[in-house]
Design a protein around this ligand. Structure first.
Ligand code: PRP
Ligand code: URA
Length: 224
């Protein structure tokens, strides 16, 4: 177990040098509530936002800042500001949308692009249906968000689309990850760090994460 810069981020598994998990007590508490079968839809959405905000805090800990002058009521001084306009949040539709408000509450200047992917229930392969990313892609730091990293097919495809369109600096943020998905990201995109709130045990035969939290999209949007 390796402690990260803030002491709450660590690499949980030597097989996955690409994976960072946040172990902050508040985050672990919220993930536990999120997993509960009887957590109501409204609370589920609030928890997803809160967890997304806490993860975004960690994933942006190395962002570039610039020094500016600022007038306090007392005197002139200098301070740092983050170059927010170069940050782009990319939710993978549909469940990724559930994480957007929480991240934007923390970083309101972030631009938002969208990638629409739907996992085929039989093949588990992602089918794409939407791609809209604000330019210029070369200049931006992209944070791709999706609550679930299961087989990794959706996340890997989303990152491939971004790279093909010119993106160079990409990070992946999810709430629950499975070893299979983290391995897929390591194989396909070793340059993309994956930040998660949890690394779970395995996938079941239908590609659902165990112990997981069920179908994130259905629980967010009430479609089950
Ligand atoms: C879920 C989830 C991820 C994907 C993860 O979405 O939100 O996008 O599955 O699985 P993978 O790692 O095996 O690709 P789903 O395709 O069910 O669509 P939805 O967000 O519209 O519910
Ligand atoms: N997508 C989900 O929403 N949940 C899983 O466990 C796997 C994929």
């Amino acid at each position: 177990m390796t402690a990260g810069p803030g002491g709450t981020v660590f690499k949980p598994d030597a097989r996955f040098p690409n994976l960072m998990v946040t172990r902050h007590p508040l985050l672990r508490h919220k993930v536990t509530l999120l997993r509960k079968r009887d957590t109501p839809k409204k609370i589920f959405k609030e928890l997803v936002d809160e967890i997304a905000m806490l993860l975004a805090y960690e994933i942006t800990s190395d962002l570039a800042t610039e020094e500016v002058r600022v007038e306090t009521p007392m005197e002139s001084t200098s301070g740092d500001i983050v170059l927010g306009e170069r940050l782009t949040l990319v939710p993978i539709l549909r469940a990724g949308l559930g994480m957007v408000d929480g991240v934007l509450d923390l970083i309101p200047t972030m631009r938002v692009g969208h990638i629409g992917l739907q996992r085929d229930h039989d093949t588990l392969e992602p089918i794409d249906y939407y791609f809209k990313i604000p330019p210029p892609l070369e200049e931006s730091v992209f944070i791709v968000v999706d609550p679930m990293l299961a087989t990794g097919g959706s996340a890997s495809a989303a990152v491939s689309y971004l790279k093909k369109s010119g993106a160079r600096n990409i990070r992946m943020m999810c709430i629950v990850s499975a070893p299979e998905g983290v391995q897929r990201m390591l194989d396909d995109h070793p340059d993309v760090p994956v930040y998660a709130a949890a690394l779970d045990r395995e996938l079941n035969e239908k590609g659902y994460i165990l112990p997981g939290l069920g179908d994130a999209g259905d629980r967010l949007f009430g479609t089950d």
